[in-house]
Design a protein around this ligand. Structure first.
Ligand SMILES: [Zn+2]
Length: 238
């Protein structure tokens, strides 16, 4: 195979490897995209947990107060029964006072229960709206996941096709040249074959000496950039 053909193969190989590199980058980013989308969902889930805990502690508190209210009511009933045992007016006045004081306790307990019930109402509403919000977020994530999954399958298919093309090209290349190419790919950030556009190496931006550029224009030998060692080629656009 002529050098001209080898160079043509190298250019194609570089295009394919750049494509493979980009494709792999797209694939690598997919899990990150999913976890980024899931982050606010997980935060909301944690927030909902806190609200639910609050709700359950409020309900527990309410049950406690209701038991206390039952005790107070029982106390009042017992006091009222005892009224028949009272003999003197003085005793009667004291008894009334006692009932009054326990009733005050009852009112304040009832108020406390009402306040807690209001809090329970608010917290329940908060729970419901947070649950609806979570559901919405979850649906959105599912849509995104499906989209990304489709993208992944498509890209993986493309990758397979491109890899098959790559194998065919590599088969046409001289082993030494291919090894040189691979070394450059590794040492030059994935870019081994570059155009010398306007007498400038597109890999390192160095000016190519005029004499070398004349040689390069012929495209019939492998010429490396004097600066970055990348394989140069000249594209005749005219
Ligand atoms: Zn260069």
């Amino acid at each position: 195979m002529t050098v001209k053909h080898q160079l043509k193969s190298l250019i194609e190989l570089q295009q394919i490897d750049s494509k493979i590199f980009d494709t792999k980058r797209i694939l690598d980013k997919i899990p990150l995209k999913i976890s980024e989308a899931e982050k606010p969902f997980k935060d909301s889930e944690a927030a909902l947990d806190i609200i639910k805990q609050k709700l359950s502690s409020l309900e527990k508190k309410k049950r406690g107060k209701e038991r206390q209210l039952d005790d107070i009511n029982e106390k009042i009933n017992k006091l009222k029964v005892r009224v028949s045992e009272i003999k003197t007016n003085k005793e009667y006045q004291a008894h009334l006072k006692e009932i009054e004081s326990v009733e005050k306790e009852r009112y304040s307990m009832e108020d406390e229960i009402l306040i807690i019930m209001e809090e329970i109402d608010n917290t329940s509403r908060q729970t419901e709206s947070e649950e609806a919000n979570l559901k919405k977020q979850k649906d959105k994530i599912e849509v995104l996941k499906k989209k990304l999954q489709e993208e992944k399958s498509k890209v993986e298919k493309e990758l397979m096709t491109v890899k098959e093309m790559r194998t065919k090209i590599v088969e046409t290349l001289d082993e030494d040249l291919y090894n040189q190419y691979i070394n450059l790919i590794e040492s030059c950030n994935g870019l081994a074959v570059v155009e010398a556009e306007n007498e400038i190496c597109q890999g390192c931006n160095m000016n190519i000496p005029p004499q070398l550029f004349v040689e390069l224009k012929k495209n019939d030998e492998i010429i490396n950039c004097p600066q970055c060692r990348r394989i140069l080629y000249y594209k005749n656009n005219k």
